[in-house]
Structures are given as structure tokens and as C-alpha cells.
Design a binder for this molecule. Structure first.
Ligand code: SAH
Length: 398
């Protein structure tokens, strides 16, 4: 039997919990030391003992657990997960029908009512991400519910929590058929190669789907020059090249070269016609200025925080300088696609970073379009900070 522990919410946090705020943070509850085993059920009560919500104990960098229901009589069992997954599937019925897009987020954590649990769908296969030991303790119930609702060809899992000081690296495949590697998925008719059994990242970030489509439809022109920085597998380079642009993909990691070649080849693009550069982006900017290279579009999608041999980069500190570097090698009337997944600031602040960077380089610009998470990345209306993605397309005015 799971332990059930009553925890009292701090007075200052009670109103938020009443409204349906799902995250339990250490400093918003009293007697947090009563929690012993992750996966225990937390019953949150106010100072008068009135029921506020029921959830689980699971330690993530974000907090110590998630509220799953505000109904005291609802049990957290297999039928519960079955209901949640069914609702998530129903919301995505248009994705299931779409033959042009066969990879999407099936279950988006607290956005679909269960914080700490992410499930992505790739051409019939499911990849579960467990964000804490606590949610992992419901593995059996969640796997059964997923299989009975979705009938996936096979299931993979990624543990995103620490265990005994290190991340547990079990085999990723858990149930059903094994997917071919690469597994070819489609996104708006374009092909992506994904590897489900190859570490934390499978080869594509599904949250940028709408941005990739906009690059293909509007921003990449035939024979234009596109620079894709922090390019990883070159997922942004693919729509640009298919629109007829010449792409240069820059990433520090050696694996980015074979992975980018693979994405080009599965789309029938001769990778020899495109440039793939394994280099620190900041060195590449210097090199480009020295060689007087310039581009019609520069894509910036840095990790929130990165440490290389030479420097550390943090989006919340260094984005203006990054934008300036990009603008210096962008042609007049060219586009810059500035993206960040840093949840610690919102769109307004991101636009300020952009303004600061453009001002320091003395360039005028206009914002053409902005993006946040696509529809399948459901955001909980009581947890807006879950909408971490911010993308701004701007045009440098000549
Ligand atoms: N834009 C990519 C995702 C970027 S993931 C996409 O659309 O799929 C972040 C990438 O930045 C990683 O591949 C990492 O190797 C790379 N990276 C981190 N610091 C870097 C640096 N200083 N120079 C170049 N690449 C860097």
C-alpha cells in the first residue's frame, strides 16, 4: 500500500492551490519532512484541515510533487491514468488522423493533468519520460493504461531523474516491438530520422514543428543563404534546404555531422551541397566576420545553459550579445530566428534581450512573428510557466 501523508499548505500558497495550481514546492508546504518515500500520496490541506488536493511526492528540480486531483474521492490508480491518457488522446485526434505528421507529443505533463510524465508518439511508438522516482513508482499502472488506450507498436522510456547519484541508464526499450533505427517519421510531409534507443534525445525536438513549417513556407527563399547555429541534427536546416536555400549548420558536437547528413539524406537532399561545420558557434561568428560571410537568415537556438572548454553561455545573461553577433552577419532585410526554451523568463523579457542586442549593434528591425508551444504541448492554464518556448522571427531593416 502506498503511504498517504497529510501536508498542510502554507497560508500564503493556499489561495493558489484552491485555484488549481498543480506544483508542490518545498516552501509552500509545512512538515515536508514527513515525506519519506517518493511515490507516496500527498493530501494537501489548509490550516483548517480542509482538503485542497491530492497528488504524489516526487522530487524534480521544479518542486517536490504534483497535485493530480482536487476531488478527494478520486483514487490515483490505473483507471485514473487511463482517464488522463484517454483525454490526452482525444485532444490530439487531429494529429492521429494527419498522415503528413506522424510524430507529436501525446501527453504533456501537468498540461494533461499529470506533472512529471511526458509521452511522445513517433509513428506508432511511444517514448515515456519519467521526471522523478515518484512518478516512476506508478510505472506499472501507467504502462498498462497507455497500452490499453493507445495500443502502441512498442514503448520506450527515458528516466530523467537521479538515482543514487547518477542517472539510471537501463535499456530504453520496455514493451512490444523494437523500432527500426533510424525510425523515419513525418512532419508536415518532411521526413526525420529518429533513434528511440539512443540516450535522452531522439534526434528531433517536436516543440519546434510550427517554426520549421514557417521556415519552409515563408522565410527560406530559393538560393538564399541560411545559417543554423546550435544545429544539433540540423532539424531547422531540412525545411530551409527543401525550400531551396543553401544551409550552413554549426554545432560543437562531433555527432552533429553524421546526424545532420542523415536528416538531409532521408529527405533526398544531397548533403554534399550543404555545409556542416563542427565548431563553437562563437568562434564561427568571428570566422564569418573575418571572411566577410553574410546570410539571409540566421537561426539561433542555444541551450538554456552551456559550458564549453572556453566559455559558459547562459541565455538569461548572454542572449543580447548572441543576437548582436548574429545581426552583424545578417544581410539587410534578412531574418533572424531567435529561440529560447529557458522557462525562467517570459516573452516580454525575451523581446527586451532582442531589443538590447539590436540596439548595441545599431540595427533597426521589425518583429515578423512569434511562436510559443504548439497545440500538442498542452499548457495547464493554472501553470503558465509550463509554456517555456519563445521564438521571435525578426527582420533586420536595411
Ligand atoms: N536547434 C536544434 C537543437 C539545439 S540543442 C534543433 O532544432 O534540433 C543545443 C545544441 O547546441 C547541442 O547540439 C549542443 O551540442 C550545441 N551547443 C552547445 N553549445 C555550443 C556552442 N558553444 N557552439 C556550438 N554548439 C553548441
Amino acid at each position: 500500500m502506498r503511504q498517504v501523508i497529510d501536508l498542510q499548505a502554507e497560508k500564503k500558497a493556499t489561495a493558489r492551490f484552491v485555484k488549481g495550481y498543480p506544483l508542490i514546492e518545498k516552501d509552500t508546504v509545512r512538515n515536508e519532512s514527513k515525506l519519506k518515500e517518493e511515490g507516496s500520496i500527498i493530501q494537501l490541506i489548509d490550516s483548517e484541515g480542509k482538503f485542497l488536493g491530492k497528488g504524489y511526492y516526487g522530487i524534480q528540480n521544479k518542486g517536490i510533487g504534483w497535485i493530480l486531483t482536487q476531488n478527494q474521492n478520486e483514487q490515483i490508480d490505473e483507471p485514473f491514468f487511463n482517464r488522463k491518457i484517454s483525454e490526452a488522446v482525444a485532444k490530439r485526434s487531429s494529429f492521429f488522423k494527419d498522415e503528413e505528421t506522424t510524430a507529436f507529443r501525446l501527453f504533456n505533463g501537468e498540461g494533461d493533468g499529470v506533472g512529471g510524465l511526458i509521452i511522445d508518439y513517433y509513428e506508432g511508438f511511444c517514448v515515456i519520460q519519467w521526471y522523478s522516482e515518484g512518478i516512476y513508482s506508478f510505472r506499472k499502472e501507467i504502462l498498462s493504461a497507455l497500452e490499453s488506450v493507445v495500443h502502441p507498436s512498442g514503448v520506450y522510456e527515458k528516466k530523467r531523474f537521479e538515482h543514487g547519484g547518477k542517472y539510471v541508464e537501463d535499456r530504453d526499450h520496455v514493451r512490444g516491438e523494437e523500432a527500426p533505427s533510424p525510425l523515419l517519421v513525418k512532419e508536415n510531409g518532411r521526413t526525420y530520422a529518429v533513434h528511440l534507443d539512443d540516450g535522452a534525445m531522439v534526434g528531433i525536438f517536436l516543440d519546434q514543428r510550427d517554426v520549421r513549417q514557417a521556415i519552409y513556407m515563408h522565410y527560406a527563399q530559393p538560393d538564399s543563404k541560411v545559417l543554423n547555429t546550435f544545429s544539433y541534427t540540423g532539424a531547422f536546416s531540412v525545411p530551409a534546404a527543401l525550400a531551396g536555400a543553401h544551409t550552413t549548420s554549426v554545432d560543437l558536437a562531433k555527432r552533429s555531422r553524421p546526424k545532420t547528413i542523415e536528416q538531409f539524406e532521408v529527405n533526398g537532399i544531397d548533403s554534399e551541397t550543404q555545409d556542416i561545420v563542427v565548431m563553437d558557434v562563437f568562434d564561427y561568428f568571428k570566422y564569418a566576420r573575418r571572411k566577410e560571410l553574410s546570410f539571409d537568415m540566421v537561426i539561433l537556438d542555444p541551450p538554456s545553459f552551456a559550458r564549453s572548454k572556453k566559455r559558459t553561455f547562459s541565455t538569461s545573461k548572454d542572449y543580447p550579445a548572441l543576437l548582436k553577433d548574429a545581426a552583424l552577419i545578417t544581410n539587410g532585410d534578412g531574418y533572424i530566428i531567435a529561440s529560447t526554451n529557458n522557462a525562467s523568463f517570459g516573452m516580454d523579457k525575451f523581446k527586451k534581450f532582442i531589443a538590447e542586442g539590436m540596439k548595441s549593434a545599431n540595427f533597426n528591425y521589425k518583429i515578423c512573428e512569434t511562436f510559443s508551444l504548439p497545440d500538442d504541448f498542452t499548457v495547464n492554464r493554472n501553470f503558465r510557466e509550463g509554456n517555456y518556448l519563445k521564438v521571435v522571427v525578426l527582420q533586420k531593416l536595411s
